[in-house]
Ligand binder design. Structure first.
Ligand code: MG
Length: 307
């Protein structure tokens, strides 16, 4: 595989869902909507706005229906609702305001059981069924493979296993297949290998990547993934995030840092860095603390990002 740098990628803002889901302090529905509005204003055209999960297990997402009911319907903006089972998919479809359902399957049995009460194989079947439900409802369906690079309970995850899962998922014809480093253990060499293998296995279905910066490798992993053929990249404003079912999982790669890095390297994300930095400062006030993202804390550097 010869690394190549693409001219553009599709950026997905996951802050309203993955950024916030693990925050102990409940963020108001109004502030979630303001985060979504600011993301759109900064250029985001795909936004993971919420998840339809048990509010007892993920209290921060208890207002999923209220968030969806108030989403600004903006030309060209696609809203994603994350769902873990058929009941969640029904709720998400019933909102009438989402454009995509995001399903999740998990690459290890123990994490699949903790995350969604299924074995890994069962989670693949269930994700395929959710994609079919989305398609039947006239929505787009995508699937992310959680713990693709390592499991908080089982340790190493076999690359062959992830490639085989992606191949099975491709049969459901999702709009993309995501590889998530849910607990932030991946390194760039692993990412380059696995992304290249999955791109080869599922092409022309696009490969999406989702990294957490738990151990400082997140941004390097984004670069490795993009050079290996991933065409869709997740990030969360401020670098917030964690997983309620994965002990010790920390923040997502930060939107500001990803947009800065890719923009400087000549990869168009369609995002306005200045507006992201402003949004970071707003979000820091909402959360009442400094956020993990680095670029928003640094002096501005001459930078032109053409949207
Ligand atoms: Mg995540």
């Amino acid at each position: 595989m010869i690394p190549t740098t693409p001219g553009a990628i599709t950026f997905v803002e996951v802050g309203p869902r993955d950024g916030l889901q693990n925050e102990k302090t409940l963020v108001s529905t109004a502030d979630k909507l303001e985060l979504i509005r600011r993301s759109i204003d900064a250029g985001a055209r795909r936004i993971e706005v919420t998840s339809f999960v048990n509010p007892k297990r993920v209290p921060q997402m208890a207002d999923a229906d209220d968030v969806c009911a108030a989403l600004p319907q903006t030309e060209g903006v696609s809203y994603i609702g994350l769902v873990l089972n058929a009941r969640g998919a029904e709720r998400a479809i019933a909102t009438g305001t989402l454009h995509e359902l995001g399903a999740v399957c998990v690459a290890s049995d123990r994490f699949a059981m903790a995350n969604q009460g299924q074995t890994s194989d069962e989670s693949v079947d269930s994700a395929k069924a959710i994609v079919a439900m989305a398609q039947a409802a006239g929505l787009k369906g995508q699937v992310t493979i959680g713990a693709s690079f390592g499991c908080p309970f089982e340790g190493e995850v076999s690359e062959d296993r992830v490639v085989a899962m992606a191949t099975r998922l491709a049969a459901a014809n999702p709009i993309e297949i995501g590889l998530a480093d849910t607990i932030g253990v991946a390194d760039p060499a692993h990412v380059a290998r696995l992304v290249a293998r999955v791109v080869e296995a599922v092409g022309p279905i696009p490969v999406r990547v989702h990294f957490h910066n738990t151990r400082g490798t997140g941004i390097a992993n984004v670069w490795a993934a993009v050079q290996a053929g991933a065409s869709v990249v997740d990030a969360a404003l401020g670098g917030l995030g964690g997983c309620p079912f994965a002990p010790g999982a920390a923040g997502n790669v930060a939107s500001e840092d990803v947009v800065y890095m890719l923009g400087r390297a000549g990869v168009n994300t369609g995002m306005d860095l200045g507006k992201l930095v402003e949004a970071n400062h707003w979000l820091a006030k909402v959360m009442d603390r400094k956020l993990p993202a680095m670029v928003a804390q640094a002096p501005a550097f001459p930078f032109i990002q053409t949207a």
